[in-house]
Design a protein around this ligand. Structure first.
Ligand code: NAD
Ligand code: UD1
Length: 333
């Protein structure tokens, strides 16, 4: 199938493009390169032997999207394009709402006019909010605490409304837990600019000697060792989940929210230990105050993904650390 991948040069998008090519699909990437580089296209070619078609464009540029749909008979869309930094979204909410919401509205409008009504959307476990008990299940109440999260929740609603209005639409809302790691080739991975907000790239930079010390945000949570627990998922497992979601969307109309996680919780200190084991490098850390807005534990109930998609994650925490570390070394980060 011809699959338009918005945000396809980004972290999760690039890994999904590799899986699409390897499964015999034809991905077409659209990305404005606001948080990625087109150099990743060469790495995708090295891994798969094929260079995907690439359009440098913003999804809010309607004419550019119309041109892409005119030049390509797109069967379905996997929609990653979006801004994703929680703290930044609090500082510049209008940019977040405009980029994520307006961008998706324009994308769906162009899709509708082109007769392409199948979309897999990147949502987030952040929609489970602060008040649910783990493991998080798709039918739990949703809520948000920051503009980034609201864009995900609003877009879930908008895409669901679209399915109610027109029964030809197929929408899969994938709620990702914490994607980390890298492709095992070490050629593609995550390389955030500046000081990372998220735990895994922070640990990796301390191990590499780029940052001096990890601050562990709280050790007095109600968790086995007192530090925050999350459901880390290998980005390649996540990418493969998208192919299953695509198959599901092609075969089923309507909207469905599905968790992509492992169902296993890992604490901050467990991740530090796993990284040290995988890399052979000591990771300096100190205990710091809790980060405002954090919850103690977050992990997925994965029954729905297993049942509807026939998918479950394969990689363990040490694989994620080993592959993430290999990427850092290969790319001299
Ligand atoms: P990323 O920043 O690496 O990739 C997003 C890509 O979208 C980037 O290449 C960026 O240049 C592009 N982009 C942004 N706005 C655009 C626009 N208006 N037009 C065209 N391209 C645009 O992020 P990622 O980690 O790969 O995340 C992909 C998606 O998954 C995002 O929607 C994100 O919110 C969601 N998500 C990510 C995580 C995570 O931890 N990485 C967790 C839950 C959900
Ligand atoms: C973050 C986002 C969330 C998003 C998720 C997946 C925030 C507030 N939330 O959440 O919206 O859905 O990523 O991308 O950014 N930690 C440290 N030291 C650090 C960094 C993190 O101890 O320097 C701890 C955190 O307190 C947490 C765990 O590590 O317990 C994971 O943090 P992080 O990687 O930021 O992910 P989330 O908190 O799940």
């Amino acid at each position: 199938m011809k699959i338009l991948v918005t945000g396809g040069t980004g972290f999760i998008g690039s890994h999904t493009v590799v899986e699409l090519i390897e499964a015999g699909h034809e991905p077409i990437i659209v990305d404005n390169l606001s948080n990625s580089s087109d150099k990743v296209l060469d790495d995708i070619q090295t891994i798969t032997g094929k260079k995907p078609v690439f359009y440098k464009a913003d999804i809010r540029d309607k004419a550019a999207l119309e041109k892409i749909f005119k030049e390509n008979a797109v069967d379905a869309v996997i929609h990653f394009a979006g801004l994703k930094a929680v703290g930044e979204s609090v500082q510049i909410p209008l940019e977040y709402y405009h980029n994520n919401i307006t961008g998706t509205l324009i994308l769906c409008d162009v899709m509708r006019k082109a007769g392409c009504k199948t979309i897999v959307f990147s949502s987030s476990a952040t929609v489970y909010g602060m008040n649910n008990a783990v493991p998080f299940k798709e039918d739990m109440p949703t809520s948000c605490t920051n503009p980034y999260g609201w864009t995900k929740l609003m877009l879930e609603q908008i895409l669901t409304d679209l399915c109610v209005s027109d029964p030809e639409w197929s929408v899969v809302l994938l709620r990702y837990f914490n994607p980390i790691g890298a492709h095992e080739s070490g050629l593609i991975g995550e390389n955030p600019s500046g000081i990372p907000n998220n735990l895994f790239p922070y640990i990796a930079r301390v191990a590499a000697g780029i940052l001096p010390c990890l601050s562990v945000f709280g050790n007095d949570y109600d968790t086995p060792d007192g530090t925050g627990v999350r459901d880390y998922i290998h980005v390649v497992d996540l990418a493969q989940g998208h192919l299953k979601a695509l198959d599901y969307a092609v075969a089923n109309k309507g909207a469905e929210a599905i968790n992509l996680g492992t169902s296993r919780g890992t604490s901050v200190l467990e991740l530090v230990t796993a990284f040290e084991k995988a890399s052979g490098v000591k990771v300096n850390y100190k205990i710091a105050p809790r980060r405002p807005g954090d919850i103690a534990s977050c992990y997925a109930d994965t029954e729905k993904a297993e049942k509807l998609l026939g998918w479950s994650a394969k990689y363990g925490i040490e694989d994620m650390c080993r592959h993430g570390w290999a990427y850092m070394n290969k790319k001299n980060i």
